[in-house]
Design a protein around this ligand. Sequence first.
Ligand code: MN3
Length: 241
Amino acid sequence: MNKREFLKTSGLVGMASLLPMTSFALEAKTLFNFITAIYNNGKYQLPKLPYAFDALEPYIDAQTMTLHHSKHHQAYVNGLNNATEKIKEATEKGDFALIKHWERELAFNGGGHFLHTIFWNIMSPKQGNKSKELETYILKSFGSYDNFIKLFKAASIAVEGSGWGMLSYEPVADKLIINQVERHSNLSQWLTVPIIVVDVWEHAYYLKYQNKRNEYFDAFTKVINWDFISEQFNIVLKSYK
Ligand code: MN3
């Protein structure tokens, strides 16, 4: 029985989703341990932020965090629930006339919901430390930490329009790679596991940084949560080896 099944059968799912994500994350040691916090009773739901809205000041301002979490992320959760419902209806009726539209909505809002949940967790006012394993993989994949940040920044600030910069584990060559993601779902490279994501949609930085996406990226690096990332990375490696 895995952690999720245990929580379900023991009736703890509802409780777990009410706990602040930090206290839940401390006891759960499974990949993306926030899954029960973002899906409950057949519905996707908005997780609580694992820290206060102003906790990332001065790098990420409280007003941006509040709008970003309670308006933008909530809209993706609503859109995902709606698309899921519409696809279920279409399947039951055998009417797939609008399937292209709903599949696009499903991918867009699902990507939005999952990526934002990772994003909140990979940031923290307390940066923590990179594990030895994560450092080894950064060196092996990019040559140095400095090269990794330079590549991550160059790719992230060059995303065309709205999207994300992403550090992923690529299990075929057993290394880390950087991807750009357009919107929430385009240009994805399947089989990879996202390790760090940076939101470069204007809503993530415009109030404080206006069009200076590069300055926002530099600020983002001051709030990266290395403890969380190292723990997730360790679980990813274990699950593939
Ligand atoms: Mn966003």
